[in-house]
Unconditional design. Structure first.
Length: 618
């Protein structure tokens, strides 16, 4: 099948292919510039109906025109109506996706960053700075553009370039030993660019163009392309790969508020028997990824982000809304571009879904073709809950707060072998953008409350703060030293707080913005994270994919974990204990920001309350 899109041989020779299977008529509307988008089009070119729902026009003279929309005559219920819509297959768009741009972003210099170090002419130019051979070699660090842009600039603009051109954020992430940043959604949101309200970005409007609110002084679509490319390039220059959070499970709205419904009414969505939209996303609709053209669209969109921006991996929001076969095909196709591509996501839905054979944690192995590849991975929420306590439906405590889930902790440390046949298919984490930050959860437990809004640090006395810091580092030890893939939320390493806000997707910048002074104020916590990550990086066979790793319970809250030449004692109790050195002659200290080996002179070792000790055989 011929794929939809535009081909620009010159401004006087442009071909259009649109896919609108239910349209009675189709045309392309041409506009000179963004100011003309509110006026009648400068020219209308009728499209010819072709096969398989395609409409086209060849060799159109677009001289003097910069933007285009499609006009489809669609049948809605008992009447027909015209829909003027941005091209869902287009790769560049006017602000707010008001129209698609007549530009070839692979060659037009306007879509390239200044002094660009990368080209975008296909797979031959694709870049991935990560040289790992398996997912367990990676460390993923989640971040939101606007949260971190505040670190670089005080103007509150929150743009890609704030981070790309800054001196602090990328350097900090690099110093941690992170291999991949995971950017919260960066595609076009439903919010208009002049809407300054905060948003995480889980309200997709146009999947194939960057979000305009993160673009500095956006005049046209090329600005968005060039500036997002500049951000990715800046991470690549620092040796950091870039994963993108993608939301192909739902769109922000439907009907005339969805460019997908206006292109192919109701085709892109799962529908109930009564004709209403299924809501497996919890956001009002869910994409019908089992349909051929929806799956094709998603595959082409993912390839676009890889080839046209050099994105190196994808985190799928509500991956449970997608079929196992869909995710298997996605990984198979993307791996052809990059054998080291990362594909992972949430193995659940946001509500009751009509998906058949949807992805689940228990069936994650089925998303891969063989055990010789990492394939599709998923978040290990059971391990998260064991570490700090579940947060949905109730406010529970976990291992680090003294409610011991030792069996689950042992399973998490050894890579959840009952869930998957390959270690890299489970992501271990204690915090992400959802729910309370790790610090907030721990602090609220110490304050004896399940609901709080404000400055938690001001409410903790010195002893409580010191205990919370120990619990935070202990949680990091469970995550970073475990078999599987460690996942960190940006700022977790220096006690990031959201002031007790458990769902900050539309909260203020005061709540969400990164306070980078914490990196100095709580440098002892930060150094422990750095040391743990340094130890893991230097011993990937021990901490990552070791099927021989073994963990067992010595007493409630105390676990012995053996992997490679290392023995790690975890003590989640409130009491200091003394344990045998287990034949080890070296103690590894990580609290100074590196993995420092110290001779162990005694045959036993003290393990403080709420801490861990790392031993090594010489």
């Amino acid at each position: 099948m011929i794929k939809p899109g535009i081909t620009i041989r010159s401004q006087s020779d442009v071909s259009f292919i649109a896919w609108a299977p239910y349209a009675r008529k189709a045309a392309v509307l041409l506009f000179t510039d963004t100011t003309a988008l509110t006026a009648p089009p400068g020219r209308i070119v009728e499209l010819d109906q072709r096969s398989d729902g395609l409409w086209g026009a060849d060799s159109v003279d677009c001289t003097g025109f910069r933007y285009y929309r499609y006009r489809f005559l669609n049948c809605s219920g008992t009447h027909e109506e015209f829909d003027d819509v941005c091209d869902i297959w287009g790769c560049s768009a006017a602000p707010d996706s008001a129209a698609s741009e007549l530009v070839d972003i692979t060659s037009d210099v306007r879509s390239y960053p200044a002094d660009s170090g990368e080209k975008y002419r296909g797979a031959k130019d694709y870049k991935n700075p990560w040289k790992g051979s398996r997912y367990t070699d990676a460390v993923i660090y989640e971040m939101h553009i606007r949260d971190w842009a505040h670190v670089e600039t005080a103007d509150g603009s929150g743009t890609f370039l704030d981070i790309a051109e800054g001196n602090t954020v990328i350097r900090h992430i690099q110093s941690l030993g992170v291999t991949h940043v995971q950017l919260l959604p960066c595609f076009d949101y439903a919010q208009h660019n002049d809407d300054v309200a905060y948003n995480w970005g889980y309200n997709p409007y146009n999947y194939n163009v960057p979000e305009g609110r993160y673009v500095r002084g956006m005049k046209d679509g090329c600005d968005a392309v060039a500036q997002f490319r500049a951000l990715v390039q800046a991470f690549h220059k620092a040796g950091i790969a870039v994963n993108m959070d993608v939301v192909y499970n739902h769109t922000s709205d439907t009907g005339r508020y969805s460019i997908y419904d206006m292109t192919a009414p109701r085709y892109f969505y799962r529908l109930k028997q009564d004709g209403s939209y299924s809501n497996g996303s919890g956001c009002g609709n869910e994409l019908a990824t089992e349909r051929d053209m929806v799956r094709t669209f998603i595959l082409e969109s993912l390839k676009h982000w890889m080839l046209d921006y050099h994105i190196n991996g994808f985190r799928f929001d509500l991956m449970g809304c997608h079929e196992i076969s869909t995710m298997r095909e996605i990984y198979s196709e993307l791996k052809k571009i990059d054998p080291n591509v990362m594909v992972y996501g949430e193995p659940w839905t946001g509500g009751e879904s009509l998906v058949r054979n949807g992805v689940s944690k228990e069936r994650i192995d089925e998303c891969s073709l063989s055990d010789d590849e990492d394939g599709v991975a998923c978040f290990g929420d059971s391990y998260r809950d064991a570490i700090k306590g579940a947060e949905f439906l109730c406010f529970n405590k976990g291992e680090v707060q003294g409610v011991f889930n030792d069996v689950a902790i042992c399973e998490g440390l050894t890579g959840s072998p009952h869930l998957t046949r390959r270690m890299g298919r489970i992501l271990n984490y204690a915090e992400c953008h959802d729910n309370y930050t790790l610090f907030d959860k721990l602090a609220m437990v110490h304050l004896g409350t399940t609901c709080f809004s404000g400055n938690l640090f001001a409410r903790l006395n010195d002893d409580s703060l010191n205990t919370v810091k120990k619990e935070d580092v202990l949680a990091a030890g469970y995550v970073i030293l475990a078999q599987g893939v460690p996942f960190l939320d940006g700022g977790q390493e220096f006690l990031r707080t959201k002031r007790g806000d458990s769902n900050s997707y539309q909260s203020s910048d005061e709540v969400n913005g990164i306070n980078f002074s914490f990196a100095s104020e709580y440098s002892d916590v930060l150094d422990s994270y750095r040391g743990l990550l340094a130890l893991r990086a230097a011993n990937r066979d021990a901490f990552g994919a070791n099927r021989e790793a073994f963990a067992h319970i010595l007493q409630p809250g105390v676990i012995e974990y053996k992997t490679g030449t290392f023995t790690v004692y975890f003590n989640a109790t409130d009491s200091d204990i003394v344990l045998p050195a287990d034949g080890c002659s070296i103690r590894v200290n990580v609290d100074s920001g590196s993995a420092k080996e110290i001779p162990l002179l005694a045959g036993s070792v003290g393990v403080d309350a709420k801490s861990f000790v790392i031993l090594k055989r010489g």
